[in-house]
Design a protein around this ligand. Structure first.
Ligand SMILES: *Cc1c(COP(=O)(O)O)cnc(C)c1O
Length: 361
């Protein structure tokens, strides 16, 4: 059985070498005589895995000492509630809506207090990112929430908004580890692992220490960042296996040049696809140029039947899961870290052939 090019938005491809390493250790990890899946999370072997995972991530992202790294469960969606529960101290927060996930986060926050919509790109089907300055935010807001890369629409913030002293909270589920990011510009970063890090089941939270310990009294113990920080993410059983795979992915990233090098590769992959999209009239990329995502590339033929045919024939040719989200239509090629450059080159070849074989009326 050959491996395919899997363009899924998530869960998505993992590096082949990571899967092979995991396979080689699947039944027996080191000299433990058991699988990581069967291990006590309190065993010395597992303690080493989780603490290595944390220090490798700190090194990769250059995370300062005054930030905690938490390995949690519940997906990024649980953070839509955890963020207001922990950070809405005075009851006010500002939200920017640039896609479906940021909208869900905004709606969830309304349950807990005065969540204000600062700006939205819904007026043009989330094809752009609002331009914002410090004056757009309430000076007394507890935090500002953004989604840094919009997985469904294929847009990304090409700047970090200046929020002054207000902590900036970012959902980075679909762009974490795709390029270097200045962690000090954020109060909190969160990401579900299943896009660019590990299998589903793990959520990473990177939070500045001074933001801990102010949660609302009704905050469930499990959702209180302080509980998890005080217990090194082991208040209860953590998602042991996804953390182990994340550790292998962090090692792979460091071995292949870290995030500086990764950003170059990702930029090359995205440019290869966008350059072709810009060179042809056959396909269109709905996202505005200045807001293009390096991870999720959306495109349409403009003819619904052709889009359907494309997704079907691409799938048969080994380019899997390329059908776009229903709210954009067309196609979406998610080209996370683990998608080899060759996958993008071959996809463009396929796109050219498809355009030649299926002229528009
Ligand atoms: C996938 C995704 C989510 C939802 O993640 P879950 O882990 O399924 O809850 C949230 N935000 C962004 C940006 C995503 O890409």
């Amino acid at each position: 059985m050959n491996r395919v090019y899997n363009f899924s938005a998530g869960p998505s491809m993992l590096p082949l070498s990571v899967l092979e390493k995991a396979a080689s250790e699947l039944v027996c990890y080191g000299d433990s005589g058991m699988s990581v899946m069967e291990m006590s999370h309190r065993s010395p072997d597992y303690e080493a895995i989780i603490s290595d995972a944390q220090s490798l991530l700190r090194k990769l992202m250059n995370i300062p000492d005054n930030y905690k790294v938490l390995f949690l469960q519940g997906g990024a969606s649980t953070q839509f509630a955890a963020v207001p529960l922990n950070l809405m101290v005075t009851g006010k927060a500002d939200y920017v809506v640039s896609g479906q996930f940021s909208k869900k986060a905004y709606k969830e926050a309304q349950k807990y207090g005065d969540a204000r919509l600062v700006a939205s790109s819904e007026d043009r089907n989330n094809t752009y990112i609002p331009t914002l300055t410090k004056e757009d935010f309430r000076p007394d807001a507890d935090y500002v929430h953004i989604c840094f890369n919009n997985t469904i629409y294929g847009t990304k913030w090409n700047y970090i908004p200046d929020t002054g002293d207000i902590p900036l909270v970012a959902d980075m589920s679909s762009c974490i580890l795709s390029e270097p990011v200045d962690v000090t510009k954020f109060g909190l970063i969160y990401a579900g692992a299943q896009k660019n890090v590990a299998p589903a089941g793990l959520t990473i939270v990177i939070v500045r220490e001074d933001l801990l310990g102010h949660s609302r009294p009704e905050t469930p113990t499990m959702l209180d960042y302080k509980t998890m920080a005080d217990n090194d993410s082991m208040y209860n059983t953590p998602p042991c296996y996804p953390i182990y795979i994340a550790k292998l992915v962090f090692e792979w990233l460091l071995e292949t040049g870290g995030l500086e090098e990764r950003a170059k590769i990702n930029a090359r992959k995205a440019a290869y696809l966008y350059d072709y999209l810009d060179s042809t009239d056959y396909y269109k990329a709905p996202a505005e140029k200045e807001a293009r995502s390096m991870m999720n590339v959306t495109f349409v033929t403009g003819v619904e039947e052709l889009d359907k045919k494309f997704a079907k024939e691409a799938g048969a040719a080994g380019f899997k899961n390329i059908k776009g989200h229903r709210s954009v239509g067309g196609m979406r090629a998610s080209i996370y870290n683990a998608m080899p450059e060759e996958g993008v080159v071959k996809l463009v070849e396929f796109m050219k052939q498809f355009a030649a074989d299926n002229p528009k009326a």
